[in-house]
Write a protein that binds this ligand. Structure first.
Ligand code: CAA
Length: 285
């Protein structure tokens, strides 16, 4: 039996978090969006505003609907603002210490029956769950980038996740027009486990000098029917995020296809993280 979820929290308003706020608000839910400080909060608000403005300009959303959507979102830097939420989705940077501490605090802030979800793509949901006093209410809810566009949501269960929590989150994803799949807590879940061997291979191919950046991406787009090439997709995902996912998958499976290529590591060290910093494999205006 799935519970009724009407008020949700999103903590962390980077690329994924801001997109997740949009998904929930579009679906008619009340959303409390939190960040660590005012600057980060304003950045998140800006991502949401630009995305809805673009949808209005393209005729996909009426201005009145956009206004109503924004009216359903409350922004705050105070974690206590999440107290009334039925579900909180965490989308903060992929640092284990940060996530564990946040979940411990969320555990105290939200009502005893509320669901705590992580959008992590590279950390163990089980490790995050056991940082709380109630690991049975912790679940992975993994959106794909861009969250407002990609319909897949992976619902990641641990050995202790309540079946009712899993079913409630799955039902919510369906209500939002998404397609949920359920998967156990293994590095890469389903989507990234299938995708990242291919992405890692593309970087290794570039590094070997066998083909140019543009030719690798053209081959994938024009010959294989992918909407974008692997190097452009890595830039969209974020090279730091991609490196973290590859590292976790490599540590768990020891498949050399998942060993991050030195070129990827070098770009991350140089701060060229893809679209979000204006430069990765490609340069963005
Ligand atoms: N927010 C909201 N809407 C967006 C958007 C965003 N960030 N980016 C694009 N869109 C919308 C556009 O408004 C447009 O909608 P309309 O056609 O209704 O106007 C639609 O998406 C298509 O966008 P564009 O015409 O601008 O560009 P496009 O056709 O080249 O599509 C793309 C862009 C949707 C990103 C497409 O190239 C694509 O699907 N690429 C593959 C993305 C992918 O594989 N994502 C998964 C990555 S793996 C992951 O995320 C998991 C992880 O843990 C890392």
């Amino acid at each position: 039996m799935a519970r009724d979820i009407t008020t949700v929290g999103v903590t962390g308003l980077g690329t994924m978090g801001a997109g997740i706020v949009e998904v929930f608000a579009r679906g008619g839910l009340q959303v409390v969006a939190t960040e660590v400080d005012d600057a980060a909060l304003e950045r998140g608000r800006g991502v949401l505003a630009r995305s809805t403005a673009r949808a209005v300009a393209k005729g996909r959303l009426e201005q009145a609907e956009a206004d109503a959507l924004h009216g359903r979102v409350t922004f705050t830097t105070d974690l206590a603002g999440l107290a009334g939420c039925d579900l909180v989705v965490e989308a903060v940077p992929e640092r284990p210490g940060l996530k564990h501490e946040l979940f411990r605090r969320l555990d105290d802030v939200v009502a005893p029956g509320a669901v705590l979800a992580t959008n992590t793509s590279s950390l163990s949901v089980t490790d995050i769950a056991v940082a709380t006093a109630h690991p049975e209410r912790v679940v992975g809810v993994h959106f794909f980038n861009p969250a407002p566009v990609q319909r897949l949501v992976e619902v990641v269960t641990t050995v202790v996740t309540d079946d009712e929590v899993r079913d409630s989150v799955r039902a919510l994803a369906e209500r939002l027009g998404k397609t949920p799949v359920v998967v156990g807590d293994r590095a890469g879940f389903i989507g990234n486990a299938l995708l990242f061997g291919y992405l890692g291979h593309a970087v290794a191919m570039l590094e070997s000098g066998r083909a140019t950046r543009d030719d690798i991406d053209t081959a994938a787009r024009v010959g294989l029917g992918y909407p974008m090439g692997p190097l452009a997709l890595l830039d969209l995902i974020g090279l730091d995020t991609a490196e973290a996912i590859l590292t976790t998958m490599y540590e768990q499976g020891r498949d050399r296809l998942h060993a991050p290529s030195p070129l990827l590591t070098e770009l991350v060290a140089a701060g060229h993280l893809g679209r979000k910093t204006g430069r990765g494999f490609f340069v963005y205006p």
